[in-house]
Design a protein around this ligand. Sequence first.
Ligand SMILES: [Zn+2]
Length: 199
Amino acid sequence: MPSPVGHILAGTAVYLAGTKKESRSRLILVITCLAGILPDFDFLPGLLIGRFSTFHHGISHSLTFAMFFTLLVFFVVERVDKDIAGQAAVLAGLSYALHVILDFVGVNEGTRGVPILWPLSDQRFGLNLHLLGYFYYSDRGIWSVIRWDNVPALLRELLVIGSPVLLLLWRERRSTQLAKRMSEANRERAAKIIGAFNE
Ligand SMILES: [Zn+2]
């Protein structure tokens, strides 16, 4: 299953794919990236009893929770900025759902998957598509993820999930350059027409 880095990258990809450069909102960026890691905050109750993973990969890793979260974001953001509430809710919901799906398709051997269909089924489901590496964590706490053998998994996430982010940024830069070139060409053409008219 991806690390927090991979999940934040996936949230960033959702944000870049779902917004236009001219109408970006930092609030939507923050909410979308936060939504990308939010399901994993289910480790917090486990910290209280000293066993990090007791509640991890529970019902927060379900598509129903993604829908709840979408509605929650809509009602909260609507109070702050009505114009962006719909877009913020959709992107945050997609980012949340993408987390659940990435955990679902990135199940490692020895792990139990996620209850993606809760409340229809309490059963944990998962596939191992071998897209991502094995990201290790243990009951010792958050810091247990800092270990050398997590480096290959992190590098693989940067490649697999970071590539779409780079591709989206490259596409955006290219369209900005094209638009700039076109407006320069239009300006030159207009200047020539005005020049010819004045002669
Ligand atoms: Zn997760």
